[in-house]
Ligand binder design. Structure first.
Ligand SMILES: *Cc1c(COP(=O)(O)O)cnc(C)c1O
Length: 415
């Protein structure tokens, strides 16, 4: 039997990239035949600092070589304390954030479940407002606030207590953004259950690289304040510098009540997630929320080192914004080159998308790119967006090479 017969058919990425990956450094993965691939997917945003960053790798090797504690539930360890202190001093405090850190379990969905659960406990309400094309994870709570019909279909039970609302520009500017939501909230005949929280992404990665404007996010934040609704920003994919600043909502100048982080927070691709909550929301009794994998020592160690290395100054932030603008310029040129195809350049920072007329076209571009040694995936409700999440640390030469492969692939597919 081949291993793909041993494994469930639910696997997905290995279908787009049918080879066996063996080694990886920086922005490059190598398969077992030694063929190199530029990785413009970076673990769906879990590898913002690239594969096996040498300084972070050294931290893991030293950690293991000296028999430090690998698994610790939520017991105190120097690694946990170092992470908490470094995260506070370097990320939270300079941004004026006084949020408490909850370690909700190893994955992004754990962080989202904790956020939803706590928001409901704090407010005593059940409903959560979510947005069209939002993605928050595959567990039942996270799936209930996720838009994608195919993913929701896997739940097997009704997904309830979520009220979908239009994301920024859903109606192409035809309707004032918060007219409908605010009207439902205030109208005695609106039929809306008072929401505990609103959950939103500043840029919808899985949903097709849709960006919310800063003023839209500010409007949402104001509306939440006016109605006593908690604002949850899911920064699992767009946080840790993906859009430039550490948190994707910094540009908008808002302060969410609850923030979820995962994907790149360990800095090394190790499982780790955080739910950050304003101090007055920190009301769970000891052990009321719990989990076995909330203290993975090597992940704390690489997370602390990654924050010291990349977030002690604004070098990475400025480079991400500059590289993002290069991608935007090349995508805009493609849009102009194929006027009949209605391509759309989307995204912010180094979260970028090129939208095609159909999922088939976007998928064909990704397949051509794979043949040319570039890993890129699609996103969006119909998989119609070619999605770029390269490591933030890639070189200008690697960025240029990857973009050239995309241009060549688009030329083959669109003719
Ligand atoms: C990936 C992702 C999640 C889910 O994280 P998992 O680790 O896959 O559970 C949730 N929200 C957003 C925005 C994500 O990109």
């Amino acid at each position: 039997m081949t291993t793909s017969e041993l494994e469930s058919q639910v696997r997905s990425y290995s279908r787009s990239w049918p080879t066996v990956f063996d080694r990886a450094t920086g922005a490059t993965m190598y398969d077992t035949d030694g063929r190199a691939y530029l990785d413009f997917f970076a673990g769906a945003g879990a590898l913002n600092y690239g594969h096996n960053h040498p300084e972070l790798k050294k931290v893991v090797l030293d950690y293991l070589a000296s028999d430090r504690v690998v698994h610790s539930l939520d017991m105190f360890t120097p690694a946990r304390e170092d992470f908490l202190t470094t995260f506070h001093d370097t990320v939270l405090a300079p941004r004026g954030l006084d949020h408490k850190v909850i370690f909700p379990g190893p994955g992004g969905a754990n962080a989202v479940e904790a956020a939803l659960k706590l928001a409901r406990k704090v407010t005593g309400r059940e409903a959560v407002v979510n947005f069209t094309n939002g993605f928050h994870g595959m567990t039942l709570g996270a799936l209930s606030v996720t838009g994608n019909a195919m993913k929701r279909g896997g739940a097997g039970i009704p997904l309830v207590h979520a009220t979908p609302m239009p994301y920024d520009d859903y109606f192409d500017g035809d309707i004032p953004d918060f007219l409908y939501l605010e009207r439902l909230l205030t109208d005695a005949g609106g039929g809306m259950n008072e929401p505990a929280a609103v959950i939103v992404e500043s840029v919808q990665g899985e949903g097709g690289m849709n960006t919310a404007r800063a003023e839209w996010l500010r409007g949402l934040s104001d509306l939440c304040k006016r109605h006593g609704i908690l604002l949850i920003v899911d920064d699992i994919q767009m946080g840790c510098g993906r859009t430039g600043s550490f948190f994707s909502f910094e540009e908008a100048g808002i302060v969410p009540d609850i923030i979820t982080l995962s994907k790149s927070i360990s800095g090394f691709g190790l499982p780790m997630a955080l739910t950050l909550v304003r101090p007055e929301l920190d009301i769970w009794e000891p052990g009321e929320h719990n989990g076995t994998f909330r203290g993975i020592g090597p992940a704390f160690a690489t997370a602390a080192e990654a924050i010291r290395r990349f977030w002690s100054d604004d070098t990475l932030e400025r480079s991400t914004i500059a590289k993002g603008l290069q991608i935007e310029a090349r995508f805009n040129a493609l849009v102009a080159r194929y006027p009949d195809h209605g391509l759309v350049a989307k995204g912010r920072g180094m979260a970028r998308g090129l939208q095609f007329g159909s999922g088939d076209l976007a998928g064909a571009v990704c397949a051509e790119a794979f043949d040319r040694g570039l890993l890129v995936e699609t996103s969006g409700p119909d998989s119609e967006v070619v999605k770029l999440l390269p490591p933030l640390t890639l070189t200008d030469e690697e960025l240029d090479r990857g973009l050239t492969i995309i241009e060549e692939s688009v030329a083959v597919v669109l003719g």
